[in-house]
Design a protein around this ligand. Structure first.
Ligand code: PEP
Ligand code: MN
Length: 340
């Protein structure tokens, strides 16, 4: 797949000020040595709350322009509207990325794709690449559809896997990797985990699964960041990000598919256990209610009803009736214990 060099996109979540943008670019460039990377900073930030920092807007593009001129780095920013595409392209921004919230809306992505194609025909500057994040909802087909919309622009497309909330949803990236093996697939461990400590281990995961690079949020003073403070790493961490990709693309050991499937199953197990923890919590609350109302912990008819319903459901899911009974009986007895 793709190139023989990994693609690195490094930089702060947001362009906060001219000083912060220039300092970030300089420190990351020093930390990267000769390793080429694309410098990122979001000018327009899609934030949950209207009271959070919304990005510096178009003035952030001028700071990125300075980074390009001063340090010779290719630069990237997020676009969410057709006006953003025009403004970014006019300022010579090399790479545009489409964020996870916009990626959930195919009409918006189509409009962006058309604006990008238009720019390539009429614009003064050439857009060198467009990156599409996975949508916030775990919809692999929508992500693939978005890649196809962008393929029609004639601009090279890359896919960025940032997970859903803080769930990796590896199955989505696995599906894209299978459907579009020619599209470089990058991991965004920053948004995937939401915490800086998890970023280096996810970088290893990226290489094990054959990703083609990473987009990572790096801030000169992460604790002072105006957005996504908890997930940004400092420039000194850059070697830990590059290290896993040292042998890129490495020789295939023929086990890539198994590693993808294991990533999927490990994530499902995580959710299964989280669900069990949540179930026990509700059981304890039921226990409290029953105590307060003088109801006995065990109601055999309720258990029989649950079992029968689950067994007939399981028949349509290729699950063995005895297996279902064993699991439910263990869950139920543990829940009773928690109620006491
Ligand atoms: C970002 O990269 O700063 C960003 C907002 O990402 P996402 O769209 O993945 O949340
Ligand atoms: Mn961010």
């Amino acid at each position: 797949m793709a190139d023989s060099q990994p693609v690195y996109i490094f930089g702060p979540c947001s362009a906060e000020s001219r000083e912060q943008v220039l300092l970030s670019a300089r420190l990351i460039q020093e930390a990267c040595g000769n390793t080429p990377f694309i410098f990122r900073a979001g000018a327009w930030k899609p934030r949950t709350s209207p009271y959070s920092f919304q990005g510096a807007g178009a003035q952030g593009l001028a700071w990125l322009q300075e980074v390009k001129a001063l340090y010779g780095l290719p630069v990237a920013t997020e676009v969410a509207t057709t006006e953003h595409v025009k403004e970014a392209a006019d300022k010579g921004i090399d790479y545009l990325w489409i964020g996870a919230r916009t990626s959930a809306n195919p009409i918006a992505v189509q409009a962006l794709a058309e604006a990008i194609r238009q720019q390539q025909t009429d614009g003064v500057h050439t857009i060198r690449g467009v990156l599409i994040k996975n949508p916030v909802n775990a919809d692999a087909a929508l992500w693939i559809g978005n890649i196809e919309r962008l393929e029609q622009t004639g601009v090279p497309v890359m896919a960025v896997h940032r997970g859903c909330g803080h769930q990796p949803c590896w199955f989505m990236a696995h599906a894209v990797h299978q459907a579009k093996p020619e599209i470089p697939l990058l991991l965004d461990p920053s948004h995937m985990s939401g915490n800086a400590e998890s970023v280096p281990s996810l970088a290893y995961k990226a290489t094990e699964l054959g990703y083609n690079g990473m987009m990572v949020e790096i801030h000169p003073h992460p604790e002072q960041a105006l957005s996504d403070a908890g997930q940004q790493v400092s420039p000194e961490s850059t070697p830990c990000l590059l290290e896993p990709f040292m042998n890129y693309p490495g020789e295939s050991d023929g086990h890539e598919e198994l590693r993808w499937l294991r990533a999927e199953i490990d994530e499902l197990d995580d959710r299964l256990w989280e669900t069990i923890v949540a179930r026990m919590d509700v059981s304890r609350r039921i226990g409290t209610w029953k105590k307060a109302h003088g109801v006995a912990p065990l109601q055999p008819e309720r258990y029989q009803q649950l079992l029968q319903q689950r067994q007939s459901w399981a028949e349509t899911r290729h699950l063995d009736a005895d297996f279902v009974e064993q699991v439910l009986s263990r869950l139920h007895s543990e829940s009773l214990k928690q109620q006491e």
